[in-house]
Design a protein around this ligand. Sequence first.
Ligand SMILES: O=P(O)(O)OC[C@H]1O[C@](O)(COP(=O)(O)O)[C@@H](O)[C@@H]1O
Ligand SMILES: [Mn+2]
Length: 644
Amino acid sequence: MKNLKYLDLLAQKYDSEEKVATEIINLEAILDLPKGTEHFVSDLHGEYQAFQHVLRNGSGNVKVKIRDLFEDVLDEKELNGFATLVYYPEEKIKLIKSHFSTKQELHDWYIEMIECMLKLVAYASSKYTRSKLRKALPKQFVYIIEELLYKTDEFKNKKEYYAKMVEQIIALGQADKLIIGLAYTTQRLVVDHLHVVGDIYDRGPDPHKIVDTLIDYHSVDIQWGNHDVLWLGAFAGSKVCLANIIRICARYNNLDIIEDVYGINLRPLLNLAEKYYDDNPAFHPKRISGEQLTEQEQMQITKIHQAISIIQFKLESPIIKRRPCFDMTDRLLLEKVNYGKNEATLYGINYKLENTCFATINPEQPDELLEEEQQVMDKLLFSFQHSEKLARHMNFIMKKGSLYLKYNGNLLIHGCIPLDENGDMEKMEIEGKEYAGRELLDVFERYLRYSFARPEETDDFATDMVWYLWTGEKSSLFGKREMTTFERYFIKEKETHKERKNPYYYLREDEEMCRKMLAEFDLNPDHGRIINGHTPVKEIDGENPIKANGKMLVIDGGFSKAYQSTTGIAGYTLLYNSYGMQLVAHQLFNSKDEVLSNETDVLSVKRLVDEELERKKVRETNIGEELIQEINNLNNLREYRYMN
Ligand SMILES: O=P(O)(O)OC[C@H]1O[C@](O)(COP(=O)(O)O)[C@@H](O)[C@@H]1O
Ligand SMILES: [Mn+2]
């Protein structure tokens, strides 16, 4: 029995047989187009400029198209110059114009560039429908561009008409805007869909700009990273998540993000910090890009950094105590300190503590917050939850995000699927029930969504669970047994800093294991792959991002400047087009200005992961499945309404 109500509704939109037929024809044709290009990035960590560059060059895809088209007519320098124009059109046009001495030179350049840009757009859009191309065109020029794109020289009648059009564009001072618009259209066309496999936030200076870019992006999904969940958790009412965020911002000299970008007043925290803390080398902010701080600024940050770290440690305790299922009593560190001797006994070993700053700690009850500390946190949480901009960003990340995603046969996940040493899905008991594998991840996600929907609840199980996702040993986002923040600040012995990884991280080298995990998520192990972020691939040490015979791809190469010395590169990205998958390793990206003046694109080395024997079509994708469903509905409508 077909759903007649639904068909009646559908009939309102398709109210004639011809309309139904037209749509069926259209959708059937789309199914046979080549699959759109997917672009995967991860671990952006606030590095907006580097991210912009990768978006603008489509991980090298723009250059490929330019080469395909113009290799025979342009030399290497010209190819590079043209590519730079496509990446940064506004700035590049300015630069180029400053080199012309006559109007005629500029005019000729316009004619040539408009022609080249049109060719490029036509080529980059050749696997899409006209309607999709139209959506990608600069609004104000749609009509003109379409006329120029679809010109046919078959009958010579219109030759002058086209030439006139271009002349007029130039004469009316619209050429810059047209070229800029076409450059952005190209950028948009080379990537059909973007996946952000987690960790937009923390360490780098501009996560908010990344989110703004994603909000405007034509097609995107996000797999939350542990750092993103930390921000979501804070917004959802978790004070300990909030303390972590501020601590990390202080540590990386990024308090501007809190104060200036999201408009949260740090004055109360600063006052508290000034009262109880002094200089302390363990809490000096990191300075990655060599920015200068005055002594006074550095001192302020150092004090805030200590104040918020101690608040964080205090806030962790009651959660660990009230949630036995987190199994974290080992991490009740403040209680393991001998405050008189400045020592701590961890896992049976006694360590001397250094750089301590325990002025607000009552040894009798170390996790007790001072009245002032409580007030500071209340105020901070209130402003955090009432920042309009933050609300916009967090809502977007919730809406577009999930803990994992099944997309075109692949499994996208930031951290891991918790495993035990035997390669079985690791179990966790939550509120009296055991979960593992996919079920565990689904339950994690449910708690996160529940907590996010109830920001006024700050100490309930769901909110605590979000913090667990950040730091718990069975969290699919953290993937480590413990987070040794306390030890890193206060204990010299490096062995205490180690964070043991979940067995997943060595088991994932094994193809059989990856097949098993794909099957756990109902994906076809013959075709699917796991796409992972989170752990920097140390190219420097010869680590290979392509693991388990290609079943596992790890694309965290370290956009994060802070981690580039350990990875040796500036990040991996992945492209998946109708011909197969390619992994792209990006060399260090310094600045846009460097790209503009040298015209050397940051070198991107491509590695073929896999080549499709036959070009993949839309029919074989997630979207294809939806279209097939739509076609079925339309066929049903046709039968029901027009065939009787
Ligand atoms: O490098 P930092 O700022 O000290 O941070 C280290 C902390 O970050 C983490 O690596 C988590 O961040 P990632 O998701 O980027 O790995 C923790 O495991 C570790 O304690
Ligand atoms: Mn991570």
